[in-house]
Write a protein of this length. Structure first.
Length: 461
């Protein structure tokens, strides 16, 4: 059996070692989950699920510091932001708990023509089946709330496969779910290598897959799903923001700096491309660079750290290659542009990289923000819109007409006006379109996707 060593992305310290599950191990886990689903009489009631989620939320709330430190160590997100993640997880569990009561059907009209006389019909929702949740490293605890806790709230058995870089937070959450009273078959973790994971995805007992990760892997796994299985895919974007000549720079710059360099840019909706009107471009760039240069980079477990490491040393090298390519194409490096260690990269601002450079067309997933000038708003929208990337976008303006017009024309399933592209609350719909993903996340939306609507029709005898 092969081993997995979990290492801290900042200093490479070994945090824990695990055995990978073999295919046979993984099938045993799936067998337990499927058997639980087949036993309809054993399904936990809505009341019981709500009780479990209440207990889980209380447990998480009592352990915020411990869980935040664990997430910071294994995932590299600074402690100050990891605390926010754990507190947000408490809120997410409560949102899921309240949404249990909303998983309802509706009355279907009958008695309105000759054929439907003497009949009454209603729909209701029930669990779709076993959920396979394949998660990512960048929010190692809270992503599981959106993938695992939603399944529990919807009444589905869930098998969760965390990112190989961050399994500790997943292991902790699964144990906390058990402590809250959910029986083992209803929530289990597997650590599998890619070949075994693909076999699990293809198993006909999986009714729903929720995946967060790269588009290449997501679309490949979707192609392997058994007939009738559903999925939700959350990939990434190359998130654009437009700053027009009326924007309040005092308000916009702190938001855009946070949205660009939060978790070292390792966020699917991180601010990556900012299009600034020519009349304010110079002032905007100067102030943006001052703020970016002042960010504290270092050990994610320290209170003062604002930007932590990239998840692997190889990512530092990749990001630097992208920056070098942009420089060679004519981009000006306004700050950063270099690694600070084997695991950290300086917050970097590039001015006017070519439109065909990777930093302009692909998701960099690193602490890189590009600034471009524009004269005409229609040109800014045209350049901001990429056909393959369609997730979240932003516009900073004090013109209501422009907010309404450009907000509709920007490629984004959600467009933020006077806020950064990474804004999210857990009850809003969240997800990408085209290559950026399939179907929507958001706790209540995910729960409905994980259930199926059925109907009963009564005829008066």
């Amino acid at each position: 059996m092969s081993k997995l060593e979990v290492t801290a992305p900042y200093d490479g310290a070994i945090l824990k070692a695990y055995d990978f599950h073999t295919h046979e191990d993984a099938l045993e886990v799936l067998n337990k989950a499927f058997a639980a689903y087949q036993d309809r009489d054993g399904w936990p009631s809505g009341k019981r699920r709500m009780e479990i989620l209440d207990a889980l939320a209380s447990n998480i709330e009592s352990r915020v510091e411990e869980l935040a430190l664990q997430a910071a160590r294994e995932g590299g997100k600074p402690l100050q932001d990891s605390r926010v993640e754990i507190r947000r997880a408490v809120n997410g569990v409560n949102v899921a708990r309240d949404a249990v009561a909303k998983l309802t059907g509706h009355e279907v009209p009958m008695g309105i023509n000759e054929k439907s006389l003497g009949r009454w019909a209603m729909t209701y929702r029930e669990p779709r089946g076993v959920v396979l949740a394949i998660s990512a490293f960048n929010h190692p605890f809270n992503l599981l709330i959106h993938q695992v806790v939603t399944a529990i709230a919807a009444g589905c058995p869930v098998v969760v496969k965390p990112a190989a870089t961050t399994p500790m937070s997943c292991e902790t959450l699964v144990s906390m779910v058990r402590e809250a009273g959910l029986e083992e078959p209803w929530c289990q973790m597997v650590l599998t290598e890619n070949e075994v994971t693909a076999k699990l995805v293809a198993d006909e007992r999986v009714a729903f897959m929720t995946f967060i990760g790269s588009s290449k892997v997501g679309w490949m796994l979707r192609s392997k799903l058994a007939h009738g299985a559903r999925c939700a895919l959350e990939h990434g974007g190359v998130a654009p923001a437009i700053v027009d000549e009326t924007a309040n720079l005092d308000d916009a710059i702190p938001l855009l700096v946070k949205g660009g360099f939060y978790h070292a840019g390792q966020v699917c909706v991180s601010v990556q491309r900012i299009y600034v009107h020519a009349s304010v471009k110079e002032a905007f760039a100067k102030r943006f660079v001052e703020s970016a240069s002042a960010l504290q980079v270092g050990d994610p477990t320290l209170e003062e750290t604002e930007v932590g490491p990239l998840i692997r040393p190889g990512e530092v090298e990749r990001v630097h290659d992208w920056v070098t390519e942009a420089k060679q194409g004519g981009a000006k490096v306004l700050c950063g542009g270099e690694s600070l260690s084997q695991t950290t990269y300086a917050p970097t601002v590039l001015l006017d990289p070519p439109n065909d450079a990777r930093v302009s067309r692909d998701e960099v997933f690193g602490p890189i923000v590009c600034i471009y000038g524009y004269d005409d708003i229609d040109d800014a929208v045209r350049r901001a819109n990429l056909q393959h990337a369609y997730f979240q976008a932003a516009l900073f303006t004090n013109r209501l007409d422009r907010a309404l017009d450009v907000g509709r024309r920007l490629h984004g399933m959600a467009v933020m006006v006077n806020d950064h592209t990474a804004f999210r609350v857990d009850w809003m719909p969240f997800g990408g379109h085209r290559d950026s993903g399939l179907n929507l996340g958001g706790i209540e939306h995910s729960m409905r996707d994980m259930t199926v609507e059925r109907m009963i029709v009564f005829r008066q005898a």
